[in-house]
Design a protein around this ligand. Structure first.
Ligand SMILES: [Zn+2]
Length: 465
């Protein structure tokens, strides 16, 4: 890309980034808080729920056995590689613990994942920082009644535990994991965190609970699929965008039976977004859209996207795949082949910059996604996207396409975008997109950037006609 293009692309971004040099989700040091210091919002206790409370900015674990699982929005509570820091304080004779790669269970000691021990003077000899039953530590590195920081790092097969900056455990899981018989769930995977209330004789305080998912995403994210729906106003969207340091593309639904049906509608929408620090996006709907708007007006949008959720099948039935009463799946395999054919057709003949809600399946067959989206079918869709220079959205709402698909698409040289496609006010924070970026090793260069006027899909399409 030339400097001029970069300049014109980033102009608007720099404008609003200037007021906040660090983009909260992407550019800072990557730490995110899991505890608000005042409530147990985002946390879920197992048995004996009364064993957890919040006092003086800390979670207090006391009384009967219970575990408090993180169940909040950060990363959808699924962490694979990460750093976790928790400030901890114990009363004499207390036992506690910080679980990771675990999952909610109603009662008992968590079966899945690992426990980083909290225990300075409890009768059990395994002291604070022990990777319980995997690498126990008998040397004391913290004391009762004094805050200390327990720092857990998981990267691939390696787990490090530090207490106040000093490494007490550095353990690597063997190639063939050998979990102890008594703890078959101690295998590196992914999952959430849990804090332990061990027994009525133990009191442990936990605070400043913060996590840094790894690898840190070190480039700015954009959410190119935001709708002003469910009462979300443009002002609120811009506020949200600034707060998160994520630039938004605000999309209008354009097509048959949608709010915007002609050039006049496009003009009104562009006027609304004029001069605002957002991208203007045209969501092309159905297949009729091509006949409803003039290329001149389409070309004024920063980009155009569509999905493959509305088309007419071989028997002449127009279907919107998200409307169960309109969907006909007479034969799953035939339906899939038709879906692939329709999608390839859309990607190769419509002037779109991004293919959104990619690989969406109607509800009747959605649970067979991995089976029905065979490698061959994925490859056809990916090839059409790459050949026609159409980016593939990583959709946070539907969690589509699958990680498997994204890995294949990356290999084939596809470009990606992040998108929410919100149905209401809540935009979330692109958790699935971020997960995909980490798991698939996507870099800034793998992402679509809205192109300057004259270089957009519709410009190329106009020239071809
Ligand atoms: Zn949409």
């Amino acid at each position: 890309m030339t400097k001029t293009i970069i300049g014109s692309l980033l102009g608007a971004f720099v404008l609003f980034a200037a007021s906040r040099p660090l983009a909260a989700e992407t550019r800072d040091d990557g730490w995110v808080s899991l505890f608000d210091g005042a409530t147990l919002n985002g946390w879920k206790a197992s048995e004996n729920k009364g064993s957890f409370s919040v006092r003086d900015g800390a979670i207090v674990a006391e009384k009967a056995r219970s575990h408090l699982f993180y169940a909040g929005p950060v990363e959808n509570a699924i962490f694979t590689d990460f750093e976790l820091k928790v400030d901890v304080m114990t009363k004499p004779g207390s036992n506690g613990g910080i679980y990771f790669h675990t999952e909610f269970q109603k009662k008992g000691w968590p079966l899945k994942g690992f426990e980083a021990q909290v225990n300075n003077t409890h009768k059990n000899k395994n002291r604070t920082g022990s990777l319980f039953q995997m690498q126990n530590v008998v040397v004391k590195s913290a004391a009762d009644n004094v805050w200390f920081t327990e720092h857990i790092i998981v990267e691939g097969k390696r787990i490090i535990v530090k207490i106040d900056g000093k490494t007490v455990v550095d353990w690597t899981e063997p190639d063939t994991p050998a979990a102890p018989k008594a703890h078959p769930g101690r295998i590196i995977s992914s999952g959430t965190f849990a804090l332990q209330a061990h027994d009525p004789g133990s009191t442990v305080y936990y605070k400043n609970i913060r996590v840094k998912p790894l690898p840190v995403i070190d480039f700015p994210l954009a959410d190119l699929h935001v709708h002003l729906k469910g009462g979300l106003t443009l002002a609120q969207a811009i506020e949200n965008s600034k707060k998160r340091g994520v630039k938004f593309g605000i999309a209008q639904n354009c097509g048959l039976n949608f709010p915007c049906r002609d050039d006049e509608g496009l003009r009104e929408y562009l006027e609304l977004l004029e001069g605002k620090p957002v991208y203007s996006a045209m969501q092309a709907e159905g297949r009729e859209w091509l006949t409803m708007f003039s290329p001149e007006w389409m070309a004024k949008f920063d980009y155009i996207f569509t999905d493959s959720m509305t088309w007419t099948d071989d028997k002449g039935r127009r279907m919107r795949l998200w409307m169960p009463n309109e969907v006909h799946v007479d034969d799953e395999q035939q339906f899939m082949d038709m879906l692939v054919r329709k999608t390839v057709g859309i990607l190769s003949s419509e002037p779109i910059d991004i293919y959104v809600n990619p690989t969406f399946l109607p509800r009747v067959i959605a649970d067979k996604y991995d089976e029905l989206w065979t490698k061959e079918r994925m490859a056809k869709v990916i090839a059409a996207a790459v050949e026609n220079d159409v980016a593939i959205e990583i959709n946070a709402r539907y969690k589509l396409p699958s990680i498997r698909f994204i890995k294949l698409a990356k290999k084939a040289g596809a470009k990606f975008s992040c998108g929410t496609n919100n149905g209401g006010k809540n935009l979330g924070t692109l958790e699935y997109s971020k997960r995909a970026i980490r798991e698939c090793g996507l870099k800034e260069a793998d992402f679509f950037k809205p192109r300057p006027s004259g270089n957009r899909a519709v410009d190329r399409w106009k020239a071809r006609r």
